[in-house]
Design a protein around this ligand. Structure first.
Ligand code: LLP
Length: 421
């Protein structure tokens, strides 16, 4: 589905005319398409099945977009969740994701969060994805205190170097994430860790916005080797998240198809794991960006123009506090005028925040824009609202859902000054 098109020179998102929305809703706002979210999830899930991966469980990475209504849609489609805090755990459960489909990642789980997870009804979480031996010890102690058994999955640090921004690369020993093979294998011999814990899986997650899958393949080989060396009847192998999207047109030809990604996983595991054992663990995924990035847009209004000799600034009402990726990672996101017209000038599109990094794009070809005109920042469904803040004491923006039946629903209202404490 082509998410953005012009009809009569007016921008349409998943068939919805953006300019009519701004008559009713105050900018800036995020809008998400239920149809696209569903399509992305289904493509991912069906891709895993088509590649013959065993009983795949898709655990949506909640950090990419924890909006309750979006998570509810994914829960109904059968999604699980990858969570990293008590807040995300609560949100996942409230949105209808069963505990047994939840994996709890993160290097800094607190005792309170661990106990909250252990107290959940039934068999509890699918797993605690453990990132250090001290964490393992704490989980075991908490489980003992609560008379439970904790389900443990080690996150392996496979010591690989994926090609991505250094801030979102996680698979090397210089990064705080995961455990080295040596520590995993030694821990299995130490009784103190296992009185109330059981090893059920092994996971790997080497980074985000991955377009080149060479390091992914290496990491899967390492995952298989270590899984075999544990000599435990693992219930699952968790291959993490990280699959990228094409933010820039130059990335489109590099973008791995879901089919390519799934086949790579199937073939690598076949050679490195299944050929060497009778075990048939299920496959767990933790995708975030690939499910939700393209299902969202950020809509802003032009406040004014400012020209400093050859620098033309278009000042908009959205800021880096609403959408941080360009200022934090220098990330590219396409900027589109809501009214199509010849692009006759190159502009810097900047927000109102008092930082020079509050810039959504430099030297972007755009048509002449005046106060009140609308601009859209593309592919903002992932790591958008979830990374936002009240910096400069600005209220958080509105979030809208374009439902399948084409109705618009407010799924998170804008904050106004009175709510800021
Ligand atoms: N699993 C784990 C353990 C993770 O740490 C992450 C992302 C994911 C799964 C999901 O990765 P994804 O499929 O979404 O790439 N704020 C950054 C991205 C940070 C990713 C953090 N971890 C950005 O805007 O690019």
């Amino acid at each position: 589905m082509n998410e953005l098109t012009y009809k009569n020179k007016k921008l349409q998102f998943a068939g919805q005319d953006i300019s009519t929305l701004t008559k009713k809703f105050k900018t800036p706002f995020f809008i998400y398409s239920e149809e696209m979210l569903t399509e992305n999830y289904e493509q991912f899930s069906q891709g895993a099945q088509k590649a013959g991966l065993i009983d795949p469980l898709i655990c949506f990475a909640m950090k990419s977009n924890p909006n309750k209504e979006l998570v509810k849609i994914l829960a109904k489609l059968g999604s699980g969740a990858d969570i990293v805090s008590g807040g995300e755990l609560k949100r996942a459960i409230e949105a209808g994701i069963p505990a047994e489909k939840i994996v709890f990642s993160g290097v800094g789980k607190t005792q309170e969060e661990i106990e909250y997870a252990l107290k959940l009804k039934g068999q509890g979480l699918n797993s605690f994805n453990v990132e250090s031996l001290e964490e393992l010890e704490l989980i075991n102690q908490c489980a003992k205190k609560l008379k439970k058994q904790a389900r443990i999955c080690f996150r392996l640090n496979p010591v690989v170097q994926p090609k991505t921004h250094k801030y979102i690369s996680t698979g090397n020993k210089t990064h705080k994430f995961g455990l080295l093979e040596h520590d995993i294998l030694l821990s299995l011999k130490e009784k103190k860790y296992w009185s109330h814990s059981k090893l059920v899986g092994l996971s790997v997650h080497i980074g985000s916005q991955l377009l080149d899958l060479k390091a992914t393949k290496k990491a899967l080989v390492r995952l298989s080797e270590v899984a075999l060396k544990t000599e435990c009847p693992l219930e699952f192998l968790d291959v993490g998240g990280g699959l990228g999207v094409d933010y820039h047109p130059d990335e489109t030809h590099k973008l791995p198809h879901i089919e390519t990604y799934m086949n790579l996983i199937a073939e690598t595991l076949e050679k490195a794991f299944y050929a060497k054992t009778d075990l048939r663990p299920r496959i767990v995924f933790e995708p975030g960006r690939r499910i939700v990035a393209k299902a969202g847009l950020f809509v802003m209004k032009v406040l004014r123009n400012k020209v400093s000799e050859d620098n033309h600034f278009v000042i908009v009402d959205g800021g880096m506090n609403d959408f941080m990726r360009p200022s934090l990672y220098g990330a590219y996101h396409a900027l589109l005028p809501v009214k199509d017209a010849p692009k006759t000038q190159k502009c810097h599109v900047v927000g109102p925040i008092c930082e020079t990094s509050d810039c959504f794009g430099s030297d972007r070809p755009l048509p002449p824009l005046k106060s009140g005109d609308l601009l859209v920042l593309k592919d903002t469904g992932a790591y958008g609202y979830s990374m936002g803040s009240n910096y400069n004491l600005r209220g958080r923006p509105l979030e809208l859902l374009l439902e399948k039946k084409k109705k618009i629903r407010v799924i998170n209202k804008a904050q106004d000054y009175s709510e800021l404490t």
